[in-house]
Design a protein around this ligand. Structure first.
Ligand code: HEC
Ligand code: HEC
Length: 77
């Protein structure tokens, strides 16, 4: 019975990886806000980011993954 479980587990992982080819979904980190510190100084809240990186924003590059939250986790390396 144990082997059956392991197979199911591995298949699940494989499907997950295949289905989420988009790098952002693999937990990879995006480009850092530290590339342009003069713009991004002392920012930490999602709402702040979205003022310039919303879908219809013209100020900065468009946020390619509008469903994400916690921008700082991935964009502060
Ligand atoms: C005042 C408007 C503004 C706010 C607020 C803002 N950004 Fe930006 N952001 C910009 C602009 C303009 C650029 C383009 C900078 C460049 O090309 O040098 C940029 C670039 C970026 C980039 C691409 C990396 C780069 O430097 O080219 C990322 C990632 C990013 N911002 C994430 C964030 C996150 C996360 C937040 C919230 C903590 C945030 N931004 C808040 C205006 C803003
Ligand atoms: C799970 C990690 C993660 C989170 C959370 C996240 N991002 Fe990203 N972001 C990425 C990755 C990875 C990329 C690189 C583009 C790609 O391949 O999707 C990216 C790209 C971007 C870009 C384009 C940067 C460029 O160089 O043009 C912007 C703007 C951006 N993110 C803004 C945000 C904002 C705003 C938030 C919060 C609402 C956020 N991100 C949350 C991982 C993340």
């Amino acid at each position: 019975m144990k082997k059956w479980y392991i197979k199911l587990f591995l298949t699940g992982i494989a499907l997950f990886l295949l289905g989420c080819g988009h790098t952002a979904y693999l937990g990879m980190h995006g480009s850092s806000i530290r590339l342009s510190p003069e713009i991004h100084e002392s920012m930490e809240k999602d709402v702040q980011c979205l003022e310039c990186h919303d879908l219809d924003s013209t100020e900065g590059p468009v946020n390619p993954h509008p469903d994400f939250t916690g921008c700082i986790k991935c964009h502060n390396d």
